[in-house]
Design a protein around this ligand. Structure first.
Ligand code: GSH
Length: 191
């Protein structure tokens, strides 16, 4: 049995929830209160952060690493393309996620010019989606999963409007047709 140490509002946890749902993997959830973290979470992850995935005696933190683990351990349906070059491009997006998240969190902190900096990042994603339906390539996959939780939150709680980024806006709606992603939208609406 898999256990996910989880928090509803955590976008990193959302990455893992989406992959578990896409692959139809059953799991139980232990909700961690991020405002009053239990001491035992540091035994699971010395950084004290969620998500953490536990499968039998195996304990793994870090959302991108967890998702790579799930992809290898439960290969169906695949969430990386078969083509090595396409796969590498998707991994590059995950690797460079901080370029996107820095202005996102700066905007959450209310920093000057953060909205413009985030908009520049949204424009880069929009450009990439001009030529393909998904960030991962021809099919939905782990690069999409890496970014979607923040885009959904940017729309729902930071007042970010995707009207100037039509390919990105279409991508969100395309992704939201998937139960794994619509569940995340529903969860955010209920927070
Ligand atoms: N790099 C980690 C980041 C996880 C993370 O920052 N989680 C947040 C909640 S969204 C957390 O646990 N924050 C508590 C803290 O930073 O002390 C990942 O990808 O899993």
């Amino acid at each position: 049995m898999i256990t996910l140490y989880d928090a509803d509002r955590c976008p990193y946890c959302a990455r893992v929830r989406i992959v578990l749902a896409e692959k139809g993997i059953g799991y139980e959830t232990v909700v961690v209160d991020l405002d009053d973290r239990p001491a035992w979470i540091y035994e699971k992850n010395p950084l004290g952060r969620v998500p953490v995935l536990e499968e039998e005696a195996f304990v793994l933190p870090e959302s991108a690493v967890i998702n790579e683990y799930l992809e290898e351990r439960y290969p169906e349906p695949p969430l990386w393309p078969a083509d090595p070059a396409e796969r590498a491009e998707g991994r590059l997006l995950v690797e460079r996620f901080d370029s996107f998240s820095r202005p996102y969190y700066a905007l959450r902190r209310g920093e000057d010019d953060a909205r413009d900096r985030l908009d520049d990042q949204l424009a880069l994603l929009d450009d990439r989606l001009g030529g393909r339906p998904y960030l991962t390539g021809r099919e939905f996959g782990l690069a999409d999963v890496a970014y979607l939780p923040w885009i959904l939150r940017a729309e729902s709680s930071l007042g970010v409007d995707l009207d100037n980024h039509p390919s990105l806006a279409e991508w969100v709606e395309r992704a939201a047709e998937r139960p794994s992603v619509s569940a995340e939208r529903a969860l955010l609406a209920a927070l």
